[in-house]
Ligand binder design. Structure first.
Ligand code: SF4
Length: 312
């Protein structure tokens, strides 16, 4: 049995509102939380992300996305007709100024078992980076290796990342504009060696909703100390601005782009492998590795995504 049944499970509905001055605020949080849970529940069900007995490693960076991811999974865990475990993990990559004590305090308050991991990616990146090269690709590979091995060590069947709908469509556009490929981030992906399954339960959640939820919950957001994070010249930031501008002129564009990811017409592309009938082929290792650019530290965007220098 999997969490696909969540779609059919009756969502908890708020009871009659007691008369209270705090009630409007509570109702507002409830509205935002319901919207979040509905989208997370649908993604989990659509992609069969969680099964009975799963132990899910939730990567928490200290950003709004991963905090919301953990909370959404905690609520689903309580409501789900199946039992599964959550384990939170934070990886300090060694960038100066990254305040993990705040994150640890938050995680301790949730009651979810958690692990704080220390690594020194910063030194490795600085020592190995060619002049002028973007650090994000190497950094992402290092992070992926740590997370994949950690999941195995902790006995976790799934690795949950906090990428949201805006990350997916930005990645689609980045690949389209700068990499010459049509690709985004998979909602669920099993690694080639079968050891790890990466899931993205926020795949249907727009960033705007996560911002509202962050404000409601007053999350203790911790900024990534990486000096490359969020630089305006990064391609991801360029694409973010482009999408914001397009959305302002024509609201709904992001929604259409997300819909397009689930509405591919292989026969109307120029991919000869697809035309030859390989539409259902298993992603290659490269395809697997590139989207998993989770940037557990970036408060507002993950991975090389945040770095932007790495397109895929
Ligand atoms: S922006 Fe993110 S992915 Fe890029 S180097 Fe910094 S921490 Fe790594």
């Amino acid at each position: 049995m999997s969490l696909a049944s969540l779609r059919r499970a009756a969502p908890a509905r708020p009871g009659p509102a007691p008369a209270s001055g705090r009630e409007p605020a509570r109702r507002e949080r409830s509205r935002i939380e319901r919207a979040l849970l509905k989208k997370v529940g649908k993604a989990v069900a659509d992609f069969d992300m969680i099964a009975a007995g799963d132990r899910v490693m939730v990567c928490v960076s200290g950003g709004k996305d991963s905090y919301a991811l953990l909370d959404a999974l905690r609520i689903l865990q309580r409501r789900a007709p199946i039992a599964f475990e959550l384990v939170a993990v934070n990886v300090d990559q060694g960038w100066p100024g990254y305040d993990t004590a705040v994150i640890a305090e938050h995680l301790a308050a949730t009651g979810v078992p958690y692990h704080m991991i220390d690594r020194d990616f910063a030194s490795v990146v600085e020592a190995n980076l060619a002049p002028g090269a973007t650090p994000c690709s190497l950094c992402s590979r290092l992070r992926r290796g740590v997370l994949y091995n950690l999941a195995v060590e902790l006995g976790c069947h799934k690795i949950a990342l906090g990428h949201h709908a805006d990350d997916l469509i930005e990645t689609l556009l980045l690949n389209l504009l700068y990499s010459g490929k049509i690709a985004s981030m998979p909602a669920r992906l099993v690694s080639d060696d079968g050891r790890n399954t990466v899931i993205r339960p926020l795949a249907y959640v727009p960033e705007s909703l996560l911002i509202e939820y962050r404000d409601q919950r007053a999350y203790p957001v911790v900024r990534c100390g990486c000096p490359s994070c969020g630089l305006p010249e990064q391609k991801r930031q360029v694409v973010k601005r482009l999408l914001t501008s397009l959305e302002a002129d024509d609201p709904g564009i992001k929604h259409h782009m997300l819909a397009a990811l689930g509405n591919v017409k292989p026969s109307q592309l120029l991919d000869r492998a697809l035309a030859a009938g390989g539409a259902g082929r298993t992603p290659s290792h490269g395809e697997l590795s590139t989207p998993d650019t989770s940037h557990p530290h970036a408060p507002s965007s993950p991975a090389a995504v945040a770095g932007g220098g790495e397109v895929s």
